[in-house]
Design a binder for this molecule. Structure first.
Ligand code: NI
Length: 264
């Protein structure tokens, strides 16, 4: 679901003609806020209709139960930066769940195109925080033990002796606890760890020659994902969170995800 929270909300936004939900409804008015909410439900498919849920019911549940609450919170006392995001995610889930017969498995609020919070119904004491980053690096795909010909056959242009570059996009997902005040750690805490342990090490480097982790390891996108995971796992645990997964895009079409274990 895509929607905008304009400030002030004003009375009767629900009565605005509902059109173009693709771009978001309620639509943007003035300098409002745009969000996306991803509702994941699980259940059995009806053998006759072929439906598990009518998606209109999900739409109604979000817009009737969650949006009024979000409007109130955004326009509430203390300003939007004072909102306890863990408590908010928990409340949104609680508001939507009854309208969908308890089928909501997770709720993910994309606060920007690069930052989201997700709460899962089976564990309402934690939130999955995802944040994106970028770095530029060059690499050469090459296995020294192979012949020149085999390297060329397997890696093609990626075996070019002088290397080649990518603008890598990185998404880091961490599981953070909701504290007794309903708060979760600020995303700047994760930013500092990623800057220190990943970006400083990889950005504007030649991975094969400048980064010790790749001296004897081919810097494929798979291995880069694993190395970044290993670089971050300890520091993230050190601040009381848990690294969930690393996604790294080598191009807009090539992405690799590394995770050690599935969220339990
Ligand atoms: Ni490459």
């Amino acid at each position: 679901m895509r929607f905008c929270l304009s400030d002030p909300a004003g009375p009767g936004w629900e009565a605005e003609p509902k059109s173009n939900t693709f771009a978001g409804w309620p639509a943007m008015r003035g300098l409002g806020r745009y969000y996306e909410l991803l509702v994941r439900c699980r259940g059995d498919v009806d053998p006759v209709s072929g439906y598990f849920l009518n998606i209109r019911h999900i739409d109604q549940a979000v817009r009737q139960a969650a949006l009024p609450h979000l409007f109130a919170v955004v326009n509430g006392p203390g300003g939007s930066s004072a909102v306890a995001m863990g408590a908010l995610m928990r409340r949104l889930s609680e508001l939507i769940q009854p309208a969908l017969g308890g089928s909501v498995e997770s709720l993910r609020l994309a606060l920007t195109p690069f930052y989201s919070l997700e709460i899962r119904s089976r564990d309402m004491d934690q939130v999955l925080l995802r944040h994106q980053y970028e770095f530029s690096a060059s690499h050469r795909l090459h296995v020294p033990a192979w012949s020149e010909q085999k390297n060329k056959e397997v890696f093609g242009k990626c075996n070019n002796p002088a290397g080649h570059g990518h603008n890598y996009k990185l998404e880091v997902a961490v599981i953070v606890s909701i504290d007794p005040h309903g708060r979760v750690p600020d995303v700047s805490q994760l930013d500092a760890l990623v800057d220190q342990h990943v970006i400083e090490k990889l950005d504007h480097k030649h991975l094969n020659t400048d980064v010790v982790e790749f001296r004897a390891l081919n810097p494929s996108v798979e291995n880069i994902a694993r190395v970044i995971h290993d670089l971050l796992e300890g520091p993230v645990a050190g601040v009381g969170s848990k690294l969930d997964e690393i996604c790294i895009w080598e191009t807009g079409k090539t992405v690799c995800t590394f995770r050690k274990s599935y969220y339990a």
